[in-house]
Ligand binder design. Structure first.
Ligand code: BGC
Length: 546
């Protein structure tokens, strides 16, 4: 289990681990479902629709409190500094406290109308990203990937892959074989924090060093192997082997890389060492890798989705819709589009559903004002969102009798994996919940507290699953094919016990009648997908040279 999994949703290595494995295994099915109702539309104005906006979630919560005649409930929304209010909360009954928790959490729940509005707005932003004249100002950039061919199952050979973009960096050696069989060896290397926010040269030198060590260990040091580079950040691609970094995300901020060709930076670092020979055949996003690795086995796979440290999706688009595509071979009808939907909402389009907790996460992040959608969904932020709600309720005397702990009040110490663990408890059982609370230094929780903590986790994770569903349903409706398989990877999807089912249910509600879909857990898209993109690129080279 890698560090990303541990932090972002994997079960811990205690007895509860078996639950997680069972849940993850269950998720790996092809649940075929059909949809009903709703489709999207939108104009091409700079901002979202001019219809009356639903009241902001914060305003809704405040209204709810104002309307309440229950003194304790009204006090629940008072600030923690109000000593009077504090006494009222600690004196409130368990039933009152439960009610207060429910009311404060209302702002995290998305109504059917809000979901529908989200699909309109996402479609609107997708279109703005795809169209030449609106692309420069669009938040959802819809970058062209230059991947036009899905694997046909005949890809063979030995490939190296680099996977940078989660909490860890990996080097892989993949041998694609007959009958969709493959062998894979890999090694995880940590990216120390000082490198994540150091210089680009340091980062790429570190990558080249890990690659060279890996090749020596795996006895391919003197071979010249094709390499696929999974680089999971927004990349303005200019070809299959050329891409300029648009902006860093997920806690990375290395100087001198934005607007630079990342493939060139990698080649330069390898050349500086001068010890290994590599052919960089392709650079790709992890969503592309996920799509390709699922498409290798399932030809219906037309969407790749990641819900891990970050969140993003790619999909198969018609070439004529991708106005920025300047590919040389326009006879091919499709091209993969990397939506980079994590940036959806950076122009305010999500304000109608954002909460005070989302604003807090954003203002304390390394990239304020950016990746608004991602910050409401992904594993890098989910635990912290829950912590902020817990801290507020504790300060208001609603949880833990008003007695928090240092860990509870420290940023970043409520890991996203805790959310998965707490929700893996059977109803009415709080074994995992108590283990987590003990780790937080909260050993005096009542059953009522545990039930409330669990409810808060459920609201935060359900909202994330519903936001992702709005995005996927929008893509499925836009593609308008009778059946679409969505390849999915990422620690949140993989390890949260309910994420898959929540998504299936919500996407079903949002897609057009008659369309069917299924969610397919990807087998290491970032690694095998990179090898496949490199293999497809090699296949093309061979064909072109004939
Ligand atoms: C990046 C995407 C990536 C996603 C999932 C986001 O922060 O911008 O490129 O696909 O994370 O890893």
């Amino acid at each position: 289990m890698d560090q990303e999994q541990q932090l972002n949703g994997a079960m811990r290595n205690v007895s509860i681990n078996t639950n997680g494995i069972a849940a993850a295994t269950k998720l790996n099915g092809h649940s075929k479902v059909s949809g009903g109702g709703g489709s999207g539309g939108g104009d091409e104005t700079d901002y979202v629709r001019t219809v009356e906006q639903p009241p902001s979630a914060a305003a809704t919560a405040a209204n709810a409190a104002n309307k309440s005649t229950n003194a304790a409930t009204a006090a629940a929304t008072a600030t923690a500094t109000n000593a009077n209010a504090f006494q009222i909360q600690t004196a409130a009954s368990a039933a009152d406290k439960k009610k207060m928790v429910y009311e404060l959490c209302q702002q995290l729940l998305l109504s059917d109308e809000q979901m529908q509005e989200l699909t309109y707005r996402i479609l609107h932003e997708l279109r703005r990203g795809l169209a030449k004249d609106t692309h420069p100002k669009a938040n959802v950039k819809c970058f062209v990937t230059y991947v036009q061919d899905l694997p046909n199952g005949n890809e063979r050979g030995k490939f190296l892959a680099l996977d940078l973009g989660g909490t860890n960096f990996r080097v892989l050696l993949i041998h694609l074989q007959e009958n969709n069989d493959f062998q894979m060896e890999s090694r995880i290397y940590a990216i120390p924090q000082h490198i994540m926010i150091g210089s680009g040269i340091q980062l790429f030198d570190h990558i080249a060093e890990c690659l060279s060590n890996f090749m020596a260990e795996h006895k391919v040091y003197s071979e010249r192997l094709p390499l696929g580079f999974t680089f999971s950040f927004p990349l303005r691609q200019l070809g299959l082997t050329k891409g300029l970094l648009e902006t860093w995300t997920k806690g990375f901020d290395c100087a001198g890389v934005v607007n630079e060709d990342v493939v060139q930076l990698l080649k330069d670092a390898i050349a500086r060492r001068g010890d290994v020979q590599i052919d960089v055949c392709a650079i790709l996003n992890d969503t592309t890798g996920t799509l390709m690795s699922c498409a290798w086995k399932n030809h219906h796979c037309k969407i790749g989705l990641i819900v891990g440290t970050g969140s993003n999706a790619c999909y198969v688009e018609k070439v004529e819709e991708a106005e920025l595509f300047d590919g040389t071979d326009n006879r091919k009808p499709h091209v993969l589009i990397n939506t980079e939907w994590g940036a959806f909402g950076d122009n305010g389009a999500l304000d109608f559903v954002r909460t005070e907790f989302d604003e807090d996460i954003d203002s304390h992040s390394i990239n304020p004002g950016k990746q608004t959608f991602e910050k409401m969904i992904s594993g890098m932020y989910m635990g912290e969102l829950v912590r902020l709600v817990l801290a507020k309720m504790t300060q208001n005397g609603i949880l833990f009798n008003g007695q928090g702990s240092e860990v509870l009040f420290t940023r970043g110490l409520f890991f996203t994996k805790y959310v998965s663990e707490i929700e893996a408890d059977e109803p009415g059982n709080f074994t995992n919940c108590r283990l987590v609370l003990e780790e937080l230094g909260l050993s005096n929780a009542t059953d009522g507290d545990c039930a409330n903590v669990r409810y808060i986790c459920e609201c935060v994770s359900k909202r994330a699953a519903h936001l992702v569903s709005a995005g996927i349903a929008t893509l499925i409706n836009k593609m308008d094919e009778p059946h679409v398989t969505v390849g999915v990877d990422g620690s949140v999807y993989r390890f949260h016990p309910k994420f898959h089912n929540l998504m299936v249910e919500k996407i079903t509600q949002l897609i057009k009648p008659g369309i069917t879909f299924d969610l397919m857990l990807s087998e290491d898209g970032s690694g095998r997908g990179a090898a496949l993109v490199a293999a497809v690129a090699c296949r093309e080279d061979i064909l072109n040279s004939k």
